[in-house]
Design a protein around this ligand. Structure first.
Ligand code: CIR
Length: 262
């Protein structure tokens, strides 16, 4: 296994998709009520602004009303420095999102691979640490899909390993790599031996939503309203940019889910 704790991976671009009015039909177990579409659009605009503040060139794709969860673009593809990999989501209602992201991905990549049935992977289950990728086996990502993914990664000189999990929606629901060996951990991932080599900062279950925070070019985006997570991240030496995410939280969507960064 290769890990490159000392070389942060700087990003140049991001792809996002605007929320659609049908987002109220999105998948959720959150029991927090329906999202307010207008407020979600405002929050999404501020998210895009935050990406730009981190010096990313942002491609904004149009809303897709046939796919309520389609603003969560992270799940449809994995963009590595060597190749792009189109996913096959485990959630049936989300499988069609992949065809709609393909053109934007192909615009930026010469090498485009794909996960195929019966394999399923949603890239919210994939955490990049240098050239190594951790792949959570969740309800959305199966071992056939993970094996396909590892095979593709290895063909490009990258590597992967699976992470057993049973409680969270996606791997990055409870884990975020902040570069420089720093890892936010929450819930079922706190005691995992697999992550004992990282400098870990524990996020309490009460603040679990903020365990999905995103390092982008030395700034960390943190959901607004989680002061203890923000200050823990600041004390690791990072600049924090808070983003209001209440309407996406109602759909179990975190900060990382709203963009593909590469
Ligand atoms: C779903 O359940 O698929 C969406 N409502 C939320 C997806 C969140 N994506 C992510 O954590 N990567």
């Amino acid at each position: 296994m290769t890990t490159q704790f000392d070389i942060p991976h700087y990003f140049k671009k991001a792809i996002v998709r605007r929320p659609c009015e049908n987002m109220v039909q999105g998948l959720t177990e959150a029991d927090m009520g329906s999202p307010d579409f207008d407020l979600a659009c405002q929050q999404h605009e501020d998210y895009v602004e935050a990406l730009k503040e981190c010096n990313l060139e942002v491609t904004e794709l149009d809303a897709l009303n046939d796919y309520p969860d389609s603003c969560f673009v992270e799940d449809a593809a994995l963009l590595t420095p060597k190749c792009a990999i189109l996913m096959h989501p485990g959630a049936a209602s989300r499988q069609g999102e992949v065809a709609h992201i393909e053109a934007a991905v192909c615009d930026s990549y010469d090498h485009v691979e794909r996960i195929t049935a019966p394999g399923t992977v949603e890239a919210g289950d994939i955490m990049m640490v240098g050239s190594h990728y951790y792949i959570g086996l969740s309800d959305r990502t199966n071992s056939i899909g993970a094996a396909q993914l590892i095979n593709i990664l290895e063909r490009y000189g990258l590597s992967g390993e699976v992470v057993e999990m049973s409680e969270m929606l996606h791997l990055k629901t409870g884990l975020s790599y902040l570069e420089n060996g720093h890892l936010l951990v929450c819930g079922e991932f706190v005691s995992k031996q697999q992550f004992s080599g990282f400098k870990r900062a524990q996020v309490s279950m009460q603040d679990s939503y903020s365990a999905n925070s995103v390092w982008i070019n030395d700034t960390v985006l943190v959901p607004a309203g989680f002061a203890s997570t923000s200050s823990a991240i600041e004390s690791m030496g990072y600049k924090v940019r808070e983003v209001a995410m209440t309407e996406f939280q109602k759909l179990d969507g975190g900060l990382s889910c709203l963009s593909l960064r590469f």
